[in-house]
Design a protein around this ligand. Structure first.
Ligand code: UDP
Length: 238
């Protein structure tokens, strides 16, 4: 049996990850593929917290929010993350894994409110905990929400799933000579303005000594590789 490097981790998925080849919304096949990878590590006994973005549906700072009050637009973004959370919950439960969606904005007909101690209990019972509605506050991102939940739920690492293999010195989509880091200090990502997470999220991770492992979600088996301790992607740490 594969040994686990961690007992409890937080996996951050962007909303766009759920859209697959589409520009918008949720692609059922992509959802199923991601779901299977998550279920595999959950069955290995890993306690798993998920935070999912909302960018595939709505972002507070996007073109479609232009002219809107920023806070209202951000609340719409947070509601988008609840939709994604429900979609991922559905996909995971179809594959036979118990889950709970816990929302930072109370909506009791739809899911549980986020209560830290309750989240811990669910994890101890082997349920995948999906944290929805970000931090519940405008002017934040789901990357910050992920770091906040990882800190308070005592996760050992934040797994930041992306479209590329790790953190590069320049955009690998635009530059063939971009070089990937295997490790990089938090401070350097801030100073060089590397696109890992926004600066609020990085600062919070740095202050709480939470390693961020950036890796490619679309290489099959990568989530399992990371949690088994394979050195893939880039680790951002102190
Ligand atoms: N959002 C927010 N507060 C939070 C988390 C998210 O206001 O704590 C809003 C914000 O408008 C953001 C949107 O929700 O643009 C979707 O989240 P994000 O952009 O982080 O999603 P991702 O890029 O990961 O898909």
């Amino acid at each position: 049996m594969t040994k686990l490097r961690y007992q409890r981790v937080l996996l951050k998925l962007s909303g766009e990850a759920l859209a697959g080849d589409q520009k918008f919304g949720i692609n059922p096949e992509t959802l199923d593929v991601i779901g299977r990878e998550i279920v595999e590590v959950s069955r290995m006994g890993l306690q798993l917290v998920l935070v999912i973005g909302g960018g595939n549906i709505f972002r507070g700072v996007s073109e479609s929010a232009k002219g809107m009050d920023r806070a209202s637009a951000d609340y719409m973004g947070m509601l988008a993350t609840v939709m994604n959370a429900l979609a991922v919950q559905d996909a995971l439960e179809k594959l036979g894994v118990e889950t709970r969606v816990l929302s930072a904005i109370a909506m009791r007909e739809v899911c549980e409110p986020y209560i830290r101690r309750r989240a811990v209990r669910h994890l101890e019972h082997g349920r995948v905990v999906i944290c929805a509605a970000g931090t519940g506050n405008p002017y934040f991102t789901t990357d910050t929400a992920a770091t906040l939940r990882a800190a308070e739920l005592k996760c050992q690492a934040i797994l930041k799933a992306t479209k590329v293999d790790g953190v590069y010195d320049k955009d690998p989509m635009k530059h063939d000579d971009a070089v990937m880091f295997t490790t990089i200090p938090y401070m350097e990502t801030l100073e060089r303005r590397l696109k890992v997470m926004d600066s609020t999220a990085i600062s919070l991770a740095m202050d709480n000594d939470l390693p961020i492992i950036v890796f490619n979600l679309f290489t099959p088996g990568n989530i399992k590789r990371v949690v088994s301790g394979d050195d893939i992607g880039t680790t951002v740490q102190g």
